[in-house]
Unconditional design. Structure first.
Length: 326
């Protein structure tokens, strides 16, 4: 396949200026006492929603614009946010590590989530915590998931699920030792003009199935689905290169073409403490470059929160109108 990338658009970056960052930190520190600091409680989320109105106006405007139109790359990078770096413990190592108690970083993530929609989680995944640790795990280096440290292939988050997140947020609390780990993104808006007619037709057909991870059991759908759907000029994207299987020969060829175009158009951001990456999960896949953990308490540590822009659509799956999907 031959494709020519005529122009390259970088992931937009918003920087919180040094004068505003302390005000953000004071706002989220006040959240630590709200609802007893219980991050997963509806009362704490409500307090975080109120706190969002106290964030810098320029940041709130940028997020409002991004929610309306996530742009050519489908991603946004916010730099200069507080994470309480001086108070951070060792990088966690426990299986399914999550953040249940209020911290500076958890406050930032939840407040920003409320600015984009509503925070959400899936009960089978990391016990339904709204703020989840993304950390390397000893013995799982080759795992295609957040616990691994090899190259993580491009994927739509929870591509198998009918209510997959609209946005995925990843905040860096601690970079890897060599600072080589990079968040990779590729957007269908960059790929679409490069796709062959045959590839586009195949990707728009119900000729793919995506497997749910074992933790979800039968919670996902195994019905054939298209990779591209919705508006022909701006389609939604649903694919996991490690879990989506093409069912026909033309689907296999299209999948390989898509893989090549993801590589051609990919963007890489090496996150540092205080960096928050936001990915529009409807149009953009993400992955990660390889890195080498040392398991010494100072390994790479991100925290992740999912966002639904229309919480009502998943109401039947959320007990008590909460934020966790069963």
């Amino acid at each position: 396949m031959t494709a020519i990338l005529e122009s390259r658009v970088s992931v937009p970056t918003v920087t919180v200026d040094p004068y505003s960052a302390p005000a953000v930190e004071r706002t989220v520190r006040d959240l630590r006492t709200a609802a007893g600091g219980r991050v997963d409680s509806p009362e704490w989320v409500a307090a975080a929603r109120d706190a969002w109105s106290e964030f810098p106006a320029a940041l709130r405007r940028a997020l409002a614009d991004y929610r309306r139109d996530s742009g050519r790359t489908g991603a946004l990078l916010v730099r200069g946010l507080p994470v309480g770096e001086e108070e951070l413990p060792d990088t966690p190592s426990a299986p399914d590590s999550v953040q249940r108690t209020a911290t500076v970083a958890a406050g930032v993530l939840t407040a920003v989530a409320c600015g984009l929609g509503d925070p959400a989680a899936f009960r089978p995944e990391k016990t339904g915590a709204l703020v989840q640790d993304v950390i390397p795990r000893r013995g799982q280096e080759d795992f295609q998931g957040n616990a691994g440290s090899v190259l993580l292939t491009f994927h739509t988050e929870n591509a198998f699920h009918p209510h997959r997140p609209d946005f995925v947020m990843l905040m860096c609390l601690r970079a890897d030792h060599e600072k080589v780990a990079g968040l990779r993104t590729a957007c269908v808006r960059e790929v679409l003009p490069l796709l062959s007619d045959e590839g586009r037709a195949a990707l728009s057909a119900h000729e793919f199935v995506t497997t749910a991870p074992p933790s979800f059991g039968t919670g996902g759908t195994d019905a054939p689905h298209p990779v591209l759907s919705g508006a022909p000029d701006d389609p939604d994207l649903r694919v996991d290169m490690a879990a989506t299987t093409p069912l026909t020969d033309r689907a296999r060829r299209a999948m390989e073409e898509l893989r090549e175009l993801f590589e051609l158009t990919a963007q890489t951001a090496r996150l540092l403490p205080g960096d928050l990456a936001i990915v529009d999960n409807r149009v953009t896949v993400h992955g990660r470059t390889a890195f080498r953990p040392r398991y010494d308490g100072r390994d790479r540590w991100l925290q992740r929160t999912f966002i639904l822009s229309d919480l009502r659509r998943s109401r039947v799956h959320r007990a008590g109108d909460g934020y966790v999907l069963d």
